[in-house]
Design a protein around this ligand. Structure first.
Ligand code: NAP
Ligand code: MG
Length: 399
């Protein structure tokens, strides 16, 4: 069949280990044979990040900023063990963090729904999309341990030396203390990303906080979201969407009661915890996608939520055929292609991307799946290797 022409570029960030093996297979077997597509390639493997002193990561992020659509393979975030393993010059920061700081976006994690795969929470039959405000709060906090009698205060000093000080606690015995912060600009960006994503995907949005207790801190999140919502109200009404603020405890109860189909905007810590809870509720990490959306809604970078799957890579290195689930990585490609299709008004590309997603889902619904999914279906369910899965999908694209 003739290749579909994709006029504008997509930025392709390659990564590490088993995720890289999957990534290259997807590109070479499922995408490039069918699309005339120009990729702007960046090698974010740990060895190339080391060679370029991590310059490649910021270069890639700036290219996404220019071209608006990017996709990223999972990458190693080095710890001490990795520094030794790869003889690295230093312990580089998480590439995802570097990219997010440059694009200033929000990450939305969304499960891929497949009928055949049993869910731990059975009635979640539509996705719950978690948006995490990945800035500030406890992740940028300062802690203190107190071992004497004394007072703990919090103090703000402005540029002119004027001070505002508040007593936190008069310690009679030992204890601990903590201070943290956020900035309005970041919360505002978070709100804009969330409303833009809700409009794009046509799903309702809920923000959770504990503003009954934190009447200034958490209330400012609610206020900023309320303000930003004014801009989006018409678009929400037009699409029959709702926006609501709810207390975090109430929202957790709703999550269990409801059947999904909404975006949940979480503060930093809540998002950290809830994204793992929701991922488990839906099943496998191999079915979780992740999209970074800029505040203005223009830039999108998609990826799989899982890591580089080191344990499978060790087997692969020994020449053993693995049964690694490529679905989330395939969807990273299709989600970016869909975004390109929408921006460029390319209906052929949109159809190709949707078809590829449907083929993946249909293949699993027909009982052909990797081991991680088969284990969820029960002892009767057979599993196939990654290569066998690719062969089936490729065959279906061509027929
Ligand atoms: P991981 O790569 O997500 O793997 C954890 C385990 O989950 C695997 O050992 C495997 O379990 C299972 N798994 C994950 N994805 C799977 C898939 N597609 N198919 C089948 N099974 C899958 O997390 P990790 O082991 O904690 O991290 C490994 C490396 O990835 C680290 O260097 C970390 O820095 C990096 N990482 C990168 C990103 C990113 O770039 N976004 C995110 C997370 C982690 P079994 O072994 O039981 O089969
Ligand atoms: Mg977590």
């Amino acid at each position: 069949m003739p290749k579909i022409v994709v006029k504008n570029k997509i930025v392709n960030l390659n990564g590490d280990e088993m995720a890289r093996v999957l990534w290259n297979k997807i590109e070479n077997e499922l995408i490039l044979p069918y699309l005339e597509l120009k990729l702007s390639n960046f090698d974010l493997s740990i060895t190339n990040r080391d060679e370029t002193n991590d310059q490649v990561t910021s270069d890639a992020a700036n290219e996404i900023k220019k071209i608006n659509v990017g996709l990223k393979c999972a990458t190693i975030t080095p710890d001490d063990k990795r520094v030794k393993e790869y003889n690295l010059k230093k312990k580089y920061p998480s590439p995802n963090g570097t990219i997010r700081n440059i694009l200033k976006g929000t990450i939305f994690r969304e499960p891929i729904m497949i009928d055949k795969i049993p869910k731990i929470v059975d009635h979640w039959n539509k996705p719950v999309i978690i948006a995490r405000h990945a800035f500030g709060d406890i992740y940028r906090s300062k802690e203190i341990v107190v071992n004497k009698k004394g007072k703990l205060t919090i103090c703000f000093e402005d540029e002119d030396g004027n001070k505002e000080e508040k007593l936190i606690h008069n310690f009679e015995t030992g204890g601990v203390g903590l201070a943290y912060f956020n900035v309005f600009e970041s919360i505002n960006d978070f709100a804009n990303s969330c409303f833009n994503f809700a409009c794009k995907r046509k799903v309702s949005l809920f923000l959770s906080t504990k503003n009954t207790i934190l009447q200034k801190y958490d209330e400012s999140f609610k206020q900023i979201f309320d303000d930003v919502f004014k801009k989006f109200k018409k678009e929400f009404e037009k699409n029959n969407l709702t926006y609501q603020h709810r207390l975090i405890d109430d929202m957790v109860a709703c999550l269990m009661k409801w059947s999904g189909g909404f975006i949940w905007a979480c503060k930093n810590y809540d998002g950290d915890v809830m994204s793992d809870l929701v991922a488990q509720g839906y099943g496998s990490l191999g079915l979780m996608t992740s999209v970074l959306q800029s505040p203005d809604g223009k830039i999108l970078k998609s990826e799989a939520a899982h890591g580089t799957i080191t344990s499978h890579f060790r087997q692969h290195q020994q020449g053993i055929q693995t049964s690694t689930n490529p679905i989330a990585s395939i969807f990273a490609w299709t989600r970016a292609l869909k975004q390109r299709a929408i921006i460029d008004n390319n209906s052929g590309l949109l159809k190709f991307s949707e078809n590829l997603e449907n083929i993946c889902i249909e293949t699993i619904d027909n009982g052909f799946m990797t081991k991680d999914l088969a284990l969820m279906c029960g002892p009767e369910q057979k599993w196939i290797t990654t290569n066998e899965f690719f062969d089936i999908v490729k065959n279906k694209i061509e027929n």
